[in-house]
Design a protein around this ligand. Structure first.
Ligand SMILES: Nc1ncnc2c1ncn2[C@@H]1O[C@H](COP(=O)(O)OP(=O)(O)O)[C@@H](O)[C@H]1O
Ligand SMILES: [Mg+2]
Length: 1029
């Protein structure tokens, strides 16, 4: 719907004249067809479609429809959306090629002058503009475009039908790469009409190049080539008597040809050689012959001959010989047989034709070399076939026979590719179908080309057969063989009426395009295409590079006859047909509007005739009844499946079912399509274009989706890459770490091993093996020792056991440490404490190791006194004050007889010890009378003081208990200055109660300390057992 609107919108009123596609015509009559064509032609609308076939009518005037703007309008637009145009066809072929990636060809047909060559040029120009371009491609493109003027100069000529008639067949492949860039080209040429080089009909010209050279070449160039600037001077240019044609500007064309030669890589030398050949042909034409007195042929103009020999670089004398004698090799010797003048002319012309013909082929090869694409990547091609059109002249010869046979073949190809194959396809696909009748020209093709029976075979036979074969014997053979063929007539075979129109030397073929009468004269010669040996040998030695290249490649020694011209042509056409059959075809049918090359003249009869023989009506009928478009189910589904949810993204069932679903989803009406066996057939192009438009829209959506998917995919990839990188780094890092760790361990193992070994050898003297270990041991011992040194002098146990190596050092350190501690200690001791300690030393000397309670007493400090002066009775104090009280202590005194315990104060003065009870001095013991002091070795506190009695009244020894036994006794011995006065006694101690009367104190150990009078009258002292530490 959208497409249709666009289509309407694009149409201007002018474009809407008549009907643009004959398929839409109301009635399919020839009259309706022609009136539509005429209507449009009247408004300069020269293009009309029959489906996808383009009908073009030659306007014979420049139309402003081939400009850049028009090209832009048609680029990439659907075929039927715009008014018919050759650009639309070119563009559609191009885009189909790109999307389907296959090969195509455009068959341009029509009779001579119908506009085929122009059409092919328009297509080439369109591709040159519309394809993507780069500098490199531009040169290829320029070459493709520029090959045209060169080939036209050498291969085109003015004929009665066409002022620029192609006198050779041309098939050109344009090669595209997958991007759609035109990257190369290749040209195949078919059968140049060589006879034109030496002969032109009245009103016709030789090939353009001759006139261009004479008109446009510089004076200097002409002089060098020995030419005069006057075409009338040359026999080969004057026969048609129309060297000057109003529509042709030879001078300008010369310039374009010169320019084009440069573009297609012709250097000055090649160009020179080429022009030398052209000039030599003109000179050849001017060589005239006479008969000498012997009746032999001779040359009458040596200067022309020498120019030829100059230009071609061949020996003049031999050349002359070649023209006038025939060399016949008879067994051992060579015989020269002289020519007649006619024969000499024949030989001359044959040479001219041969060198021109070979040069033309050489030219095509050179152009192909320069357009060749050497890149081997896969390419698709669009072929342009512009071959000479059907031709009927007043006199038709071998050339017309070949040309018309060629057109017959192309018509056959067209029939096979369209009418026949189309109908066969409907049948094969089981599509209901009313067959359309059409004339199949196969019968004419067979007439010409059939093996052993066709005209070409018979012609070849005549050419090859020994004996006097002539053109007329050939005609006889034809009449014998073709006698009753419906498309073959001769004077002899014809009925009365027809006979009037036929000469005796003619035969007539009823071609598909009409009847053509051929004159057999020259058929054998032209078909033979023979050069005599001596001329050929001579030409092979040419110094002209082109000629020597062309002729030396022809196998001169091969005695076998070369293929005849007709057979060569037949074979090349077969090859062409085969090649084209493998490609997808597009058709342009060119119609000639009038015979007089006039603008705005619509010769209805002429056009009706062309419409008829081109089979356009049949084509139209098949098109109308048929389907514009067909596609294999698989292919159709593959392309359009995104348009239906049921078939996207995958259709699992039969392709046909998928397609059915798809088209129903798209809303195809029942009459718009048919389902064949393997293909879907779509009747109208518009249906397909609507689908294609929908697909285009859908593609954008899909692209977006794909893009998103792709972006996701890319991001994922990126992430994966990063992750991989991270892992890699991690691995590397771990590896590095592990290596470090390993090194560390290896080092550790070494160190540990060394240590173990050293440990085992620790007792040995210092060696290199254990020195480190020992150092370590020392260090660690010292470190440990530092933290665990004994804190007091008295602590003799806390000393870290040294390792063997440190035994001595440890001993020394220990000594130093103790000395240090002692020193510290000593420094910290006060004089009082010193005095006390000195007392303690005395105590020790008296009791150490002797009395059991001594160790317990050591920590108990001594005090100055145990009883302060206030606690001593004032009387006592006053009594002994002058003796100085040094120490007082409370004691328990035991009576000497009854051993009753009585608390007393014992006071030591400078001179004596006093036992005091309150205010009474009970006993005074002067130190001088102190005989001794006894204590037990046990833990008791009993002290016995022995005194010397000077006076009998004096009381006896003292027995008492003192809690501070050691303190008291030490002080006493110091004060009394009697160091050895104290005795530690084991067992009982005797004492004097009064002179002569002794008392005994017994000691024992028990649970409780006690002192009591035992039954034996002794004082029993029970000491507790000393606790051993
Ligand atoms: N599209 C066209 N527009 C204008 N003139 C044309 C067109 N096609 C052909 N002609 C005229 O017709 C002449 C013959 O056309 P050409 O293509 O050489 O014919 P063909 O190759 O079919 O023999 C051209 O020289 C030109 O003057
Ligand atoms: Mg042409």
């Amino acid at each position: 719907m959208q497409g249709q609107l666009d289509m309407e919108g694009a149409l201007t009123a002018r474009d809407r004249v008549g009907i643009q596609d004959f398929v839409l015509l109301d009635e399919t009559t020839e009259t309706a067809f022609l009136s539509n064509l005429k209507k449009r032609f009247g408004k300069d609308l020269i293009y009309t479609y029959i489906g996808t076939l383009l009908v073009s009518v030659n306007p014979y005037k420049e139309l402003d429809i081939y400009n850049r703007k028009q090209m832009d309008v048609y680029m990439g637009v659907n075929f039927f959306e715009l008014p018919p145009h050759i650009y639309a066809l070119a563009d559609t072929a191009y885009h189909t090629m790109l999307t389907e990636f296959n090969n195509h060809f455009i068959l341009i047909s029509g009779e001579s002058g119908a506009g085929k060559t122009e059409a092919s040029k328009k297509i080439l120009q369109y591709y040159a503009v519309s394809c993507p371009s780069t500098t490199l491609l531009n040169t290829v493109r320029d070459k493709m475009l520029m090959s045209n003027p060169v080939l036209e100069a050498f291969g085109n000529a003015k004929t009665l039908k066409n002022d620029n008639s192609s006198r050779f067949g041309k098939y050109m492949d344009i090669q595209f790469d997958s991007q759609g860039d035109a990257v190369g080209g290749h040209i195949l040429n078919y059968l140049l009409e060589k006879s034109r080089v030496v002969h032109q009909n009245h009103g016709e010209r030789n090939f353009h190049i001759f006139y261009q050279l004479l008109d446009g070449g510089s004076d200097e160039l002409l002089q060098r080539l020995g030419l005069e600037r006057n075409s009338q001077h040359y026999n080969y240019l004057t026969q048609g008597e129309c060297a000057i044609v109003s529509s042709i500007n030879d001078k300008n064309d010369w310039k374009s040809v010169k320019n084009a030669l440069q573009v297609i890589d012709f250097d000055a030398e090649s160009t020179n050689h080429l022009l030398e050949v052209v000039a030599s042909v003109l000179h050849l034409g001017n060589i005239q012959f006479d008969t000498d007195e012997k009746g032999h042929t001779c040359l009458n103009n040596n200067s022309e001959l020498s120019w030829v020999s100059n230009l071609l670089g061949v020996d003049a004398k031999k050349l002359q010989e070649g023209f006038t004698f025939r060399k016949i090799e008879a067994k051992t010797e060579q015989v020269f047989s002289p020519f007649t003048v006619d024969h000499a002319i024949y030989v001359r012309d044959a040479l001219a034709k041969a060198i021109y013909g070979q040069t033309f082929t050489w030219l095509v090869n050179r152009i192909n070399e320069s357009m060749e694409n050497k890149d081997s990547s896969r390419k698709t091609v669009i072929g342009l076939l512009d071959i000479y059109g059907f031709e009927v002249f007043y006199v038709n010869s071998f050339e017309q026979f070949c040309i018309n046979y060629c057109n017959e073949k192309l018509q056959q190809l067209f029939i096979q590719l369209t009418l026949k194959s189309e109908q066969e396809e409907y049948e094969a696909e089981g599509i209901e179908w009313e067959p359309v009748q059409f004339f199949n020209n196969k019968i004419i093709c067979d007439l010409v080309e059939e093996r052993h029976r066709g005209i070409i075979s018979l012609l070849d036979e005549e050419c090859l057969r020994p004996g006097d074969a002539t053109d007329l014997t050939f005609l006889d053979r034809l009449e014998d063989k073709m006698g009753n063929h419906p498309h073959f007539v001769t004077h002899r075979l014809a009925d009365k009426m027809t006979r009037k129109t036929l000469e005796r030397g003619d035969f007539r073929l009823l071609h598909y395009a009409g009847e053509v009468t051929y004159c057999v004269v020259g058929f054998l010669d032209k078909n033979n295409n023979l050069l005599y040996r001596n001329i050929k040998d001579l030409i092979c030695q040419s110094k002209n590079a082109i000629i020597s290249e062309c002729f030396s490649s022809m196998d001169t020694d091969n005695r076998r006859r070369p293929e005849t011209v007709a057979t060569q042509f037949k074979n090349s056409l077969m090859k062409l047909t085969e090649m084209l059959m493998a490609k997808e075809a597009w058709y342009i049918r060119c119609l000639k509007s009038n015979e007089s090359k006039q603008p705005d003249q619509f010769d209805e009869a002429l056009i009706r005739h062309q419409v008829k023989y081109l089979g356009l009506m049949e084509h139209l009928r098949v098109r109308r009844a048929g389907f514009a478009y067909r596609r294999k189910y698989e292919d159709f589904l593959k392309r359009y499946k995104p348009l239906c949810p049921a078939t996207w993204p995958h259709w699992r069932g039969l392709p046909a079912d998928g397609v059915e679903l798809l088209v129903q989803h798209l809303g195809y009406l029942p009459d718009e399509y048919r389902m064949g066996r393997t293909k879907i057939f779509i009747r109208h192009p518009r249906t397909l274009y609507a689908t294609e438009d929908a697909y285009e829209r859908c593609k954008h959506e899909l692209a977006t989706r794909l893009q998103a998917k792709y972006k996701g995919y890319k991001a994922k990839g990126e992430f994966r890459k990063q992750k991989e990188a991270a892992t890699k780094i991690e691995t590397c890092w771990r590896g590095a770490q592990a290596r470090k760790e390993k090194e560390k361990r290896a080092w550790a193992v070494k160190v540990i091993k060394k240590f173990i070994k050293a440990y085992m050898n620790r007792g040995q003297l210092k060696t290199t093996d254990n020195s480190e270990y020992l150092a370590f041991v020392r260090q660690s011992y010292l470190n440990r020792l530092k933290n665990s040194l004994p804190k007091t002098v008295l602590d003799k146990t806390t000393w870290l056991t040294p390792p063997a190596v440190m035994t001595e050092a440890s001993g020394l350190l220990r000594k130093i440490h103790y000395r240090l501690m002692v020193r510290k200690y000593v420094r910290g001791v006060t004089p009082q404490r010193k005095a006390q300690l000195q007392l303690k030393v005395v105590t020790s000397s008296i009791f150490k190791g002797k009395k059991e309670s001594y160790p317990k007493s050591i920590p108990q400090p001594f005090v100055d006194t145990r009883i302060s002066d206030q606690d001593i009775n004032m009387r006592i104090l006053s009594m002994i004050r002058n003796e100085h009280i040094k120490y007082s202590v409370p004691v328990i005194k035991y009576d000497r007889n009854g051993f009753k315990p009585r608390p007393r104060q014992l006071i030591l003065t400078q001179a004596a010890a006093y036992m005091v009870e309150e205010a009474k001095i009970k006993q005074r013991v002067a130190y001088s009378s102190l005989k001794g002091i006894s204590v037990s070795n046990l833990t008791d506190d009993i002290i016995i003081i022995h005194v010397t009695r000077e006076d009998p009244k004096q009381k006896g020894d003292l027995v008492f208990q003192c809690d501070h036994l050691f303190e008291f006794l030490t002080k006493l011995s110091v004060i009394a200055k009697k160091e050895n006065v104290v005795k530690v006694v084991q067992g009982s101690i005797k004492f004097e109660i009064q002179p002569g009367k002794e008392g005994v104190v017994d000691f024992s150990t028990g649970q409780e300390p006690m002192a009591y009078k035992a039954k034996n009258g002794h004082l029993m002292v029970v000491a507790t057992r000393a606790r051993t530490r």
